[in-house]
Design a protein around this ligand. Structure first.
Ligand code: BTN
Length: 268
């Protein structure tokens, strides 16, 4: 099966009200997030999508490089949530819930969400999400949700050694390639539904569903950010999206920014 995306097929069958009604495709861009940002700055509608076969400057969280070979699904969507700026980080939960559900329901993959922005299969990252936004005072002007799914390639063949050990792909897990346009269609359809529910009913129901996939809860983890490295037990994620970590001295900490690595073995 081709590693490429067939846009006409997607648009023929897409069952959304707004999401993906306007899709921009390129064989190669710097970053679909940057592209979506430019479009949103010049007035693009909510639900506008940018998608690329490869990215030359794909970005991950904390300014990290996101390697984006052909065969992956690299796309971004313009959102205009009616939320306060400090609530907009909740969009990463909306998006990771959507990816976890679609990969599980449509392809039978046993997906898990990992705080704050990853989707894993067999403890390895299959998808990352990068949310960026432009704010005006307390309000969000627009947000860009960028989604990178390692789809039709084998990690061992195309990703550098530093990433191989912690990443997987749909092709590796299923031992076959999938149709990228079908995956994108399913993601946009579910994204529209979950996002509209989030706008109507707030973050709590999204978080509850997200936690059903959060296999890291109850596990020993190491959390790192620029200044700190903490070992502990991942207890919960609270209504503000903060990770609650029980430290080895028995105290708890609320963590807003950081990377979680799973520690193998059963916690005490
Ligand atoms: C992460 O796990 O650190 C987030 C990775 C996000 C990658 C996607 S690929 C599409 C979009 N364009 C980018 O430059 N980044 C996101």
């Amino acid at each position: 099966m081709s590693a490429d995306i067939k846009l006409e097929k997607l648009q023929e069958s897409l069952q959304t009200r707004r999401f993906g009604k306007c899709i921009y495709f390129s064989r190669c861009v710097n970053s679909t997030n940057d592209w979506a940002k430019e479009l949103a700055s010049s007035g693009a509608e909510e639900g506008t999508v940018t998608v690329a076969q490869t990215q030359t400057a794909g970005r991950g969280r904390a300014g990290r490089e996101w390697i984006s070979p052909r065969g992956g699904l690299w796309f971004s969507i313009v959102l205009k949530p009616t939320k306060r700026a400090r609530e907009a980080s909740q969009l990463v939960f909306v998006a990771s819930l959507v990816v976890a559900e679609v990969l599980q329901e449509k392809y039978g993959l046993k997906t898990e969400t990992k705080w704050p922005n990853d989707v894993l299969v067999n403890d390895k990252k299959i998808c990352g999400i990068l949310t960026e936004m432009r704010t005006k005072e307390e309000r969000v002007n627009f947000a860009i949700v960028g989604v990178g799914v390692n789809a039709n390639f084998l990690v061992d063949e195309v990703l550098p050694a530093s990433v191989k050990a912690v990443a997987t792909s749909v092709e590796f897990e299923l031992r076959k390639r999938i149709r990228l346009e079908s995956l994108l269609r399913a993601l946009l359809e579910k994204m529209e539904n979950v996002y509209e529910r989030y706008e109507r009913a707030g973050f709590a129901p999204v978080l509850e569903e997200w936690k059903r996939y959060a296999g890291f809860l109850g596990r020993s983890v190491v959390v790192t950010d620029r200044n700190e490295r903490l070992n502990g037990l991942a207890l919960d994620v609270d209504v503000e999206g903060a990770l609650i970590l029980r430290l080895e001295d028995g105290t708890t900490r609320r963590i807003f920014v950081g990377d979680v690595a799973l520690v193998s073995g059963v916690p005490d």
